[in-house]
Write a protein that binds this ligand. Structure first.
Ligand code: HMG
Ligand code: MG
Length: 299
């Protein structure tokens, strides 16, 4: 395998990990999570989203979360903004990066953001332009690149189409997301390669939910193709409210354990990350979704 020497993790736990929690998670816990992730060496953290509080009530405290974080130099905080209203709200909190989020599947686009793929791109275009004019980086999340809860298998051509649209409006880098975690390594590589028809290898990240236990294998396949950025969530929390059957994200601790074991550098202090995962699982009152985190528990 031709592996990159260094891999960057985007911990999406504060946003993707918590957005689907049924009970309101206190704002202080969300802030505490970001602080702990920063202290563990994460250089990229997806902190919150600026979406309709009627759709995703858990993220309604976005301003308070961003205001409460003591920003560390060199840490990129990203936030989700689906439209200009989201951007207008987010810009006050000075995110380092915004994320527009589209889908390779029409049905999922409708369920998740209430518009078609084409309409979503029309909505994203002025958001991307405003962010770039303000010097804020722009990432595009591409959901359902392998499978969709409503449409089933998704052809790589759909991923290439969406990636081309994202590129056309100025999105700087993209996440290839397996929203419902149905992908297996070769299918994920085909989705990745479709994204690579429009983006360079250093502009693409893998975002894998672990519903069928395939996420680490899928990440290893992406690394083999040269991917250097991986999304994951500490303690394996997460799921999308509009993707029935979507389970947690791959756990950051498990990804870091694998990367370090394969000789790749992440800049992350794995024991500190595992502590954070156990703390979060305890606060949420649920089992720890990270096997590495469980294995590293103090006796
Ligand atoms: P809409 O109803 O079509 O929007 O929703 P609208 O423009 O017609 O406005 C309707 C109402 O929403 C109005 O309020 C607006 O003010 C409000 P009302 O007058 O009824 O009181 N509104 C907003 N409020 C706050 N912030 C905003 C905003 N925009 C409108 N930005 C919308 C469209 C996109 C807003 C809605 O569908 C929505 O919020 N969806 C939530 C989507 C979401 O957060 N999904 C989860 C994240 S994506 C994900 O998890 C996948 C990912 O992890 C990758 C992967 O795994 O696949 C990224
Ligand atoms: Mg996700």
């Amino acid at each position: 395998m031709n592996l990159p020497p260094r891999v960057r993790i985007i911990d999406v736990g504060p946003r993707d990990g918590l957005q689907n929690e049924k009970q309101p998670v206190p704002t202080e816990v969300k802030i505490g999570l970001v602080q702990r992730l920063q202290a563990a060496g994460l250089a990229e953290i997806e902190a919150t989203s600026y979406v309709s509080p009627k759709w995703v009530p858990q993220m309604a405290d976005n301003h308070a979360v961003m205001a409460g974080i003591v920003r560390q130099p060199g840490v990129r905080l990203s936030v989700l903004t689906p439209n200009l209203q989201g951007w207008a709200a987010a810009v006050h909190d000075q995110p380092d990066e915004i994320v527009v989020f589209g889908a390779a599947s029409e049905a999922f686009s409708q369920k998740n953001i209430n518009c078609s793929i084409a309409q979503s791109i029309e909505r994203f275009a002025p958001v991307v332009a405003a962010a770039r004019a303000a010097g804020v980086a722009v990432r595009g999340a591409m959901s359902c690149t392998v499978g969709c809860p409503y449409e089933g298998d998704i052809a790589p051509a759909r991923v290439a189409y969406l990636a081309g649209l994202m590129k056309g409006i100025g999105v700087e880098r993209v996440d290839v997301a397996d929203t419902i975690g149905v992908g297996t390594p070769l299918a994920v590589q085909r989705a990745l390669e479709a994204a690579l028809t429009h983006y360079g290898i250093d502009q693409v990240s893998g975002h894998f939910h672990d519903t069928y236990g395939q996420a680490l294998a899928n990440i290893a396949a992406c690394l083999e193709d040269g991917v250097r950025v991986v999304d994951s969530a500490v303690a394996g929390t997460g799921g999308c409210p509009y993707a029935r059957g979507a389970s947690g994200n791959v756990a950051s601790e498990d990804v870091v354990y694998m990367l370090h074991g394969m000789g790749m550098d992440t800049g992350i202090d794995l024991p500190a990350l595992a502590d954070t995962g156990r703390w979060l699982a305890g606060v949420l009152g649920r089992g720890n979704g990270s096997k590495a985190g469980q294995a590293m528990s103090p006796p």
